[in-house]
Design a protein around this ligand. Structure first.
Ligand code: 13P
Length: 251
């Protein structure tokens, strides 16, 4: 049985004290969740050590939002996977559309980042998704399948045990415009079949695939009821502990 996960991507929000408060509230409320639901928070780099302390002893796991594409050295402003491990990070998000769009993150660079993350023992939440033009041109299946192939086809079935995929249609991020459950499900099913083509049905069936894009307490239940949607990567609604927990209670 693949794992259900709800992950909160805080993006560039909260100061460190605010982040500690939010993390503590999430950790406290997480006790009410069923055992088969994993909960992850992804605060900014500056918060990681303090948030690790705030969630200690709870079921909440810690993720970064990105990592460097080099192991170490003269890369001013970058944060390495070893640094993430040293503050007890268990995961990193990679390939978020905001990184692809604003910071020139390419599939090629992502291959390097995924390699480094896995070699450090970090789990990876790999984001994929089409933009509005691509959807309107009917290219969404091809775009998402292409991203999956370009990055994940460089890895093994064994590596896939540490990789979660997050489908985030760019037009649904922060816009209040959620993909319908049917739109999300058909892409999730497509992602699973693209994974099955390379790694076999069993690995594809065991891979957790999250939906992200204006997911909130009012629409999470319908989304999570779809057979290929295994949870969510939550932006705005992850900044309120009650909403975040409510979403995680929606399976
Ligand atoms: P919103 O939930 O704010 O739309 O953001 C989704 C997202 O980008 C999570 O990574």
């Amino acid at each position: 049985m693949r794992k259900k996960i709800v992950a909160g991507n805080w993006k560039m929000n909260t100061t460190v004290p605010e982040g500690i408060e939010l993390a503590k509230a999430v950790a406290e409320k997480s006790a009410q969740l069923p055992a088969n639901v994993g909960l992850v928070v992804a605060p900014p780099f500056t918060h990681l050590a303090a948030v690790a302390e705030a969630i200690k002893g709870s079921r909440v796991e810690l993720s970064a939002q990105n990592c460097a594409d080099h192991e170490k050295g003269a890369y001013t402003g970058e944060v390495s996977v070893a640094m993430l491990k040293s503050v007890c990070c268990q995961w990193t998000i990679l390939g978020h559309s905001e990184r692809r769009q604003y910071y020139g993150e390419t599939d090629g660079k992502l291959v390097e980042k995924v390699k480094l993350a896995l070699s450090a023992g970090l789990g990876v939440i790999l984001c994929v998704g089409e933009n509005l033009d691509e959807r309107e041109a009917g290219k969404h299946f091809d775009v998402v399948a292409g991203q999956i192939k370009n990055v994940l086809y460089n890895f093994s079935a064994e590596d896939m045990k540490s990789i979660v995929v997050a489908y985030e249609p760019v037009w649904a991020i922060g816009t209040g415009k959620t993909a319908t459950a049917e739109q999300a499900e058909e892409i999730h099913a497509c992602i699973r079949s693209v994974l099955a083509d390379k790694f076999g049905r069993e690995v594809a069936e065991d891979t957790t695939i999250l939906y992200g894009g204006s997911c909130k307490p009012s629409n999470a239940r319908e989304l999570f009821a779809q057979p290929d949607i295994d949870g969510g990567l939550i932006g705005g609604a992850a900044l309120k502990a009650d909403d975040f927990i409510q979403i995680a209670l929606s399976f």
